[in-house]
Design a protein around this ligand. Structure first.
Ligand code: SAM
Length: 211
């Protein structure tokens, strides 16, 4: 889904970043966004099970730039923040273009970022601890969005919402990752696929052995 995404605002721990990307992959999120702490690059660990290969995490210099960009693309921005004004996430409609903004493990969402979102939401909790782990909160929200979209019958089946050329490239990379890597090394376009999803081109034998 190109119209469901997350923005991670200074989420820093490798196991959290990894678990979040793994959930994005599981739900069918096309790409995710992050603003990192100054001078830090995102690091993934084995928790991701390689999901960073399938769900690109785009890095941005600040939240204002990326949130303005997402708003221009028609996304409704939901910030997760434990405040009096926050709305129960179960009362929100996530069937339209939706971006969830998640805050840093220790400090949560910064006040300046909270000012930029369209709606503050929270996940009600019943225990003694004040907050959920950020990856658990992300999974809860993304699976609720998936549930709502499934119930509304608006889940894409064949790349609806993704430009055709991009969808074709992605489909090829997902179905034939090794052949795709070979094509990139050779600087040649990906071969077309037939109606059954088989490669509709006679490739060298050494490449054919890879699929
Ligand atoms: N002390 C921080 C605070 O007051 O926000 C706690 C940060 S929490 C460990 C990290 C992030 O997880 C939060 O910024 C939010 O994005 C998400 N989160 C945790 N619990 C949540 C909840 N109950 N509802 C919505 N988001 C939650």
């Amino acid at each position: 889904m190109a119209d469901l995404t997350v923005l991670l605002d200074q989420v820093d721990k490798p196991h959290n970043l990894s678990a979040i990307l793994r959930t994005c992959d599981a739900v069918g999120v096309l790409e995710a966004h992050a603003v990192c702490m100054q001078g830090r690059m995102p690091i993934f660990n084995t928790t991701s099970l390689g999901s960073q290969k399938w769900v690109p995490l785009h890095l941005h210099p600040d939240t204002t730039t990326i949130l303005t960009n997402l708003k221009q693309q028609g996304f409704r921005i939901y910030g997760t923040h434990l405040s009096q004004e926050a709305m129960d996430y179960r009362d929100c409609d996530f069937t339209g273009p939706t971006a969830f903004v998640l805050g840093a493990e220790k400090w949560g969402l910064s006040e300046s970022t909270a000012q930029l979102v369209d709606q503050i939401i929270f996940i009600p909790m019943r225990g003694m601890v004040q907050s959920l782990n950020v990856s658990v909160a992300t999974a809860t929200l993304l699976f609720e969005a998936l549930r709502q979209r499934q119930a509304a019958g608006v889940l894409p089946e064949h790349g609806e919402g993704v430009p055709t050329n991009r969808y074709r490239s992605l489909l090829f990379e997902w179905a034939y990752p090794q052949v795709a890597a070979w094509c990139r090394r050779e600087g040649r376009p990906y071969p077309g696929l037939d109606a059954e999803g088989a490669i509709a081109e006679d490739l060298p034998r050494s490449v054919r052995l890879r699929y």
